[in-house]
Every structure is written in structure tokens, then in C-alpha cells.
Design a protein around this ligand. Structure first.
Ligand SMILES: *Cc1c(COP(=O)(O)O)cnc(C)c1O
Length: 340
């Protein structure tokens, strides 16, 4: 397969149109077969449910080239089942999970020329999403929906290595108890934009959100889960019903326990205990792990012993092992690597 003439290692994290995308429509209570199309635009009624009441959810995963030249993606079945949960919470019809995985494969195959080569650091980012497409003016679920998947090549998340970032404790909340924090809904992102723009203006890379009810427990950032390493080498990761269940975080928990022999704790984490941790990181599909060097709590700084120059040693081991599994250099647990 002839690859596109793209400067892979200098790609940013931005949308670039590719050749084909998948579209399936839900009408009269059923999904159609779905097709690949070259049309990258969508025409909707002005009164579509997504436009009026934000009835939409999405997923994110990557396809890439392994060391031995296979095109693969990572645990797409978990994206399918998480999207099912999102749809159920938003009164949207579920796109069948097996068909979701098949459609992901179809889209990658149709855009094989955009899958970055091994070693470039770039990947093909895949974006499945669904939205209410029929007219809704009284507040209720739409009757018709569209499920789509597009993909776009993205550059290495960190050019020149992952430098630790500085985050701040945010005064706004991300998710209410018993709200929608645990699903991947566009609405959770719309209301985080003000806070992230403000964080950047104040010189911080990300917001740390605390639990909305008591402001004593750590939740997550706008788009990544937290991992912490204790001084005796245990992986601690916050548990709450309003945290989005990151596939990267769930995979790192397995890597820590099964590959690195670490102790793993998934439990509520109080904000006042993190000053005693040795390392901190953010995890998600985009960067796998972003090391956090410093947390600013209204002027009080928590500086992790791992410092601001490089990833902490245990975080690095977790990062190297998970990316090694993804790239085919380390044997993967059953079902993690899905060949396209
Ligand atoms: C997508 C997302 C994550 C990361 O999940 P992954 O499955 O690891 O990519 C974390 N938090 C939020 C709020 C998210 O939307």
C-alpha cells in the first residue's frame, strides 16, 4: 500500500480530511447497513436534536503500524461497550458493538494510506460518534440518529519527549454526582472549555477537578484520568462514579499488576494525600501518559519528587510497557491488539 506523502513526524494533533468515513442512519427504530462515503460534510435540519439539546456522544481510539508491519488498533471492543453506556444514558439507540468494531476496521482499511509508518510516532486517530439528527423542539430524544466514524492522522503527542506538565486545582466542577461524568458526551466538554482556556491563560496545562459534592476527592482532568505512584511503588488511581472510565487507565492497571508485579489500588483518593505521592500522571488515548510535575492549589504548590525534567521512573516503566504492548514489541494480553 502506497502511503500518502505526509511528513509524519511533524504532524500536529489536528484534523486533516482523509479519503473515506463510515455513516449509518437510524430511522423507524432500526440502523441501516451503513456505507463508506467520500463526503466529509453533514447536512442537517436546523432543528436537529444535536443542535438544540446536545444529544451526542463520541469515542476516540487509534490505529497504527506495529514493529512487524501489521496495522492494528487497541481494544476497540472497550470503545464499543463504552459508547453503548453513553448512548443508554443519553436516550440514544445503541450501535451494535460487533458492528462498531467492524466499522472501525472498514474505515481504517479504506484509509490505509493514512496509517503512519512504525517508528514515526504518529498514529491514525479514529473518531466514532453519534448524534440526534431529526427535528426536536419540545425537550425529548430525537427519533432519528446518525452514527459516523472518521479518522485523521495525528503526530506524536509530545514532540521531543514527554516533559512534565503543571496543572491547577480548578474552582469549577466537571461532573455532578449522579450526573454524566462517566459517559463520553460532548456536553461534558462544552462546559469545560471556559476552564481550560482560563487555565492556559494563567499558565497551567490542565485542570484538576475535585469531586463536586465535597471538594475533598480527586476526580480527573477535562479529558484524562489520574494515576499516582506512592513512595513504595503502588499504583493508585481514583475511583468515583463521575469519572470517565479511561481504557488507557484500565490497561495500565493490568500492566502494573501483571507485567510489573506492582500493587494496584483503585479507590477514592483524597486531595490531601497526594502531597505524599512520588509520581503523578494523566492517562488517555492521545498521549498514553502525560507526566505531571506540579499541582498548583490556589498558590500552594505540590511538587512531585520526580521533578519537572522527566517522567518519574515508575511512570516511565508503565509507559514503556504499555506502548511496547501496543507496538507489538511485548506480548499483549488476549484480545488487546486487533488486526485490521
Ligand atoms: C476519553 C476520556 C478519557 C480517556 O479515556 P481513554 O479511553 O483512555 O482514551 C479520560 N477522561 C475523559 C473525561 C475522557 O473523555
Amino acid at each position: 500500500m502506497e502511503k500518502k506523502n505526509i511528513d509524519w513526524s511533524n504532524l500536529g494533533f489536528a484534523y486533516q480530511v482523509t479519503d473515506k468515513r463510515f455513516v449509518s442512519n437510524y430511522k423507524n427504530g432500526a440502523w441501516d447497513e451503513g456505507v463508506l462515503t467520500e463526503d466529509a460534510t453533514i447536512t442537517l435540519t436546523e432543528c436537529a436534536g444535536v443542535l438544540q439539546y446536545a444529544q451526542t456522544c463520541f469515542e476516540g481510539l487509534k490505529a497504527y503500524t506495529t514493529e512487524d508491519g501489521r496495522t492494528v488498533c487497541f481494544r476497540p471492543d472497550l470503545n464499543a461497550s463504552r459508547m453503548k453506556d453513553s448512548c443508554e444514558r443519553l436516550e440514544m439507540p445503541v450501535f451494535p458493538e460487533d458492528k462498531f468494531v467492524e466499522a472501525v476496521k472498514e474505515v481504517v482499511r479504506a484509509n490505509e494510506a493514512f496509517v503512519p509508518p512504525y517508528g514515526s510516532g504518529a498514529t491514525l486517530y479514529i473518531r466514532p460518534y453519534m448524534f440526534g439528527s431529526s427535528a426536536v423542539i419540545g425537550v425529548k430524544p430525537a427519533e432519528e440518529y446518525q452514527f459516523r466514524i472518521f479518522c485523521t492522522p495525528v503526530g506524536p503527542y509530545f514532540k521531543g519527549g514527554a516533559k512534565p506538565i503543571t496543572i491547577r486545582v480548578c474552582d469549577y466542577d466537571r461532573a455532578a454526582p449522579h450526573g454524566t461524568g462517566h459517559i463520553k458526551a460532548g456536553l461534558n466538554y462544552a462546559m469545560s472549555l471556559y476552564q481550560i482556556v482560563d487555565a492556559h491563560e494563567q499558565g497551567f496545562d490542565e485542570n484538576m477537578y475535585l469531586d463536586a459534592a465535597t471538594r475533598t476527592y480527586v476526580e480527573e482532568t477535562g479529558g484524562a484520568n489520574f494515576i499516582f505512584i506512592t513512595k513504595d511503588g503502588t499504583l493508585v488511581t481514583p475511583k468515583s462514579d463521575s469519572i470517565l472510565p479511561s481504557i488507557t487507565r484500565r490497561s495500565l492497571m493490568v500492566v502494573a499488576e501483571k507485567y510489573l508485579g506492582m500493587k494496584v489500588e483503585h479507590r477514592p483518593v483524597r486531595f490531601d494525600e497526594i502531597k505524599d505521592f512520588a509520581e503523578c500522571g494523566l492517562c488517555g488515548t492521545a498521549a498514553v501518559i502525560s507526566p505531571v510535575g506540579k499541582i498548583n492549589d490556589h498558590g500552594n504548590e505540590i511538587c512531585f519528587p520526580s521533578g519537572m525534567d522527566e517522567m518519574g521512573p515508575v511512570t516511565k516503566k508503565l509507559y514503556d510497557t504499555l506502548t511496547g504492548i501496543q507496538m507489538g514489541r511485548i506480548e499483549a494480553p488476549e484480545g488487546w491488539i486487533v488486526e485490521i
